[in-house]
Structures are given as structure tokens and as C-alpha cells.
Ligand binder design. Structure first.
Ligand SMILES: [Zn+2]
Length: 417
């Protein structure tokens, strides 16, 4: 076999020397330490879809699923992904797109965005006789939402030996992205029939992808599809997940003033900055009623001094983030005349999760609407938002304040006099 090994090595060398090579690449040398992935194929349909990765040698793969948004995660040992730039953007059946990369030293991960609830079947490894390449096939089968939810919940506490690794990974800050409205609640409606719920959902998905790609955060969404989620439930989801930051995405509309343009960042307060902000909060707070749901309960009652302090500290962080965000967004997008305002939004009422609400622009402005629908604009703005989030957490770290301080304070029972 020496001549065959030499041939393979020559081919690998050629691949490394010609980075622009776009066709199928030669398989890496069998004696190489690293595992190289050289191709990815999708096949099948909406009931069952297969993702096949071509590797230079066999690997052990472990899969699990996650909800909000629906994803399948495939953990692998470190893999050098030599796939084309478009590899993960193809869409087929149950697979909406997929991302891959180094997840931790020595560990790579493929994250598959699912078009709907699906289970991962037995992962197969087959060696291709003609060149020794290894085909790793990951099958997805459509399942009911309930079964998927159970599988996602079950895959949360990892088996014992993995628990430590998981625990370490879970130290990353959790960012909760909240796409406004959804389902029976369309939010604002533009003249041409464009709906706020769709605009903000597309934006939120793009932001989630950007944050996940950075590998710095755990990222969740309050809604992962076109579904109605009550305002109080959005707050509950953020608190229950112990989110470190909550970013709500909206787009406003004032049909009587089509000239009004630009983005505004809101933080929560009992007292609104101005009448305009108070009116907007009132409009957004009607989301539950608009969707045909109960108005839900009011804000949690603040009864003791520790909770009061927690709320004050949290609001300080919310305002700090709003200012950072303003600094990052200002150069890349049109801002309103007063870009940071306060008002009593129901969705900003977590006493222990720094929260902001971004009104991206006005659906009633022709120019804003054009921007809101432009993929280039969206890429620029989500990039700047991701940068602001990075600065926010970097700043918290240098302040020496553990991310969960506020929450612990909130959990301490008040001392009786
Ligand atoms: Zn809205």
C-alpha cells in the first residue's frame, strides 16, 4: 500500500496548496491526526432526511435534540471542516440549514436547524471502498411535537461522564432573543401587507445564528416559529432559563406620520420618557388581547428591599446595555430622534434579567420598510447587535461581577426584623 499512501498524501498536499479548489477534495491521509470533513450531502424529503458527511476517517458521533428553536446537535471529536461556504445553507426536507465548527478544544459540533420536530435515528458509518473515505450518515425522521419536546427535555442532563463537560459549557451567558408577536397576533401591518411578526422573526433568527456562530453564548428564543406567545410567558421563559440578557425585537408603525423613521431602544420603567413612548408601550402591551388571549397577570409585586435592589441593579444593566447598543447601531442604521427611551412594556418586567426592547424602525415609512426587508441591512445590523452583546458581557466580566449575582440576591429570603 505504500504507493497508495503516497498518492493520497500528494493529493492532500495539493488540496492544502490550492485553497481555492472548489471541486471534490481528495481524502486526507489515513495517518493524519486530524479528521477532515470534505463534503456534505442532503437527501430525502419532509418525512425523512439524511445528512451525509464525508470524512477522512471514522469518528464517534453523538446526537441530541433541542427546542426553541428546533435543532439537532451532533457532537464529534475535533474535525477539520473543509466544506464549501455554501455547504450549510442548502435546505432539504427536515433540514433548514446547518452550521459546524469547533465547539471546545478537541470537540467539534454540527448544529442542524430543523424545519420541524424530528428525531435523530441511528448514525451510520460506512467506508467507501474506492478511496477509503468514511461516510457518516445522520438520519432525521419527522416526529410529533410532544415526542420531540420529551426527547429535548431528556437530552438535557447529559449522561454522567459527559456531565462535567456540559456543566463547563453551560457557564456561557444565556441570551434570550424575543421576536415580537406571532401566530394570531401579527403586530403592526405595513401598507403592502407586510407583517411585523414576520419581519422581526426573520431578524431574530439571523441574530440567533450570528450569536451561536460566535460560540460565546447559549442562545434561546421565546418563539421559534410563527406562534402566539403571551407577554407574561416571554418573561417567564427568560427568568426560568436564568437568562443573562433579554432582547426583544419589534418594528413600529404610525400610519398618520409616514415620515417618521429610525430605530429606538427601550428599557423598562414605570414612568415613560414621553407620551409617545407611553402610547407605544400601551400598543405593544395589547398583544395578548390582540391575539385573543387573556391579558394575563400584572407585573410581579415587589415586596422586599432585596428585590427592590435587584430590580434597580438589573435596570442599571439594562440601561448600560441600551447605551452600548446605541453606540453600535448608530453607525449602521437610521436612529430615531431620541434613540433611548423608557416605558412600561410588559415584556421588560423581569426583575432579574437585564432586558431591552428594540423597535427596528417603522413599517409606515417606505424607506424603513425597504431596509427592514433587505438581507444586507439585516446582516449589518445583527452584526452590530452581536458586537454590543459581546461588549456588554466583556464589561460585566471586568467589573468582577458574576453574571448571576442579581439572581442570587433575589433568591435570598428577607431577614425578619
Ligand atoms: Zn411590536
Amino acid at each position: 500500500m505504500p504507493s497508495r499512501a503516497r498518492l493520497i498524501r500528494t493529493l492532500l498536499l495539493a488540496a492544502l496548496l490550492v485553497p481555492a479548489l472548489t471541486g471534490p477534495r481528495p481524502v486526507a491521509a489515513q495517518d493524519s491526526e486530524r479528521v477532515v470533513a470534505i463534503a456534505a450531502e442532503l437527501a430525502g424529503g419532509a418525512a425523512g432526511t439524511k445528512l451525509t458527511i464525508t470524512l477522512s476517517k471514522p469518528v464517534e458521533a453523538r446526537a441530541f435534540v433541542m427546542e426553541r428553536p428546533d435543532r439537532a446537535v451532533i457532537d464529534l471529536p475535533e474535525v477539520n471542516f473543509q466544506l464549501g461556504p455554501e455547504a450549510g445553507r442548502r435546505r432539504e426536507g427536515l433540514v433548514q440549514s446547518f452550521r459546524y465548527g469547533l465547539f471546545a478544544p478537541g470537540r467539534s459540533r454540527i448544529v442542524v436547524d430543523l424545519a420541524g420536530p424530528a428525531s435523530v435515528g441511528a448514525i451510520e458509518t460506512v467506508t467507501r471502498p474506492r478511496d477509503g473515505a468514511v461516510l457518516l450518515t445522520i438520519p432525521f425522521q419527522k416526529v410529533e411535537r410532544e415526542a420531540f419536546r420529551k426527547a429535548a427535555a431528556a437530552s438535557d442532563p447529559a449522561p454522567a461522564p459527559k456531565a462535567v463537560v456540559r456543566e463547563a459549557a453551560d457557564q456561557r451567558p444565556l441570551v434570550m432573543i424575543d421576536a415580537g408577536h406571532g401566530g394570531t397576533d401579527p403586530g403592526a401591518i405595513a401598507v403592502g401587507g407586510v407583517l411585523e411578526k414576520d419581519i422581526v422573526f426573520g431578524f431574530a433568527q439571523s441574530l440567533v445564528t450570528k450569536l451561536e456562530e460566535s460560540g460565546r453564548y447559549r442562545v434561546r428564543m421565546t418563539r421559534d416559529r410563527d406562534v402566539f406567545v403571551p407577554l407574561a410567558e416571554r418573561v417567564r421563559l427568560a427568568r426560568e432559563a436564568k437568562a443573562d440578557l433579554f432582547v426583544s425585537i419589534h418594528a413600529d408603525s404610525i400610519s398618520s406620520a409616514p415620515q417618521v423613521r429610525g430605530a429606538t431602544i427601550y428599557t423598562g420603567s414605570e414612568k415613560a420618557t414621553d407620551a409617545e413612548s407611553a402610547k407605544l408601550a400601551e400598543r405593544e402591551n395589547k398583544a395578548d388581547a390582540a391575539a385573543g388571549a387573556d391579558a394575563g397577570e400584572g407585573p410581579p409585586e415587589i415586596t422586599d428591599i432585596l428585590q427592590e435592589l435587584t430590580l434597580r441593579e438589573t435596570r442599571g444593566f439594562s440601561s448600560g446595555f441600551a447605551r452600548t447598543l446605541m453606540g453600535q447601531l448608530n453607525p449602521v442604521m437610521e436612529m430615531s430622534t431620541k434613540p433611548h427611551r423608557e416605558a412600561g412594556f410588559r415584556v421588560l418586567r423581569s426583575p432579574d434579567v437585564p432586558s431591552v426592547l428594540v423597535e427596528l424602525g417603522y413599517l409606515s415609512s417606505k424607506r424603513d420598510l425597504e431596509m427592514l426587508q433587505s438581507p444586507e441591512w439585516r446582516a449589518g445590523v445583527t452584526g452590530s447587535m452581536a458586537k454590543a452583546i459581546e461588549l456588554f458581557f466583556a464589561n460585566r466580566a471586568t467589573l468582577g461581577r458574576p453574571v448571576a449575582t442579581a439572581r442570587r440576591a433575589a433568591a435570598i429570603a428577607p431577614v425578619s426584623p
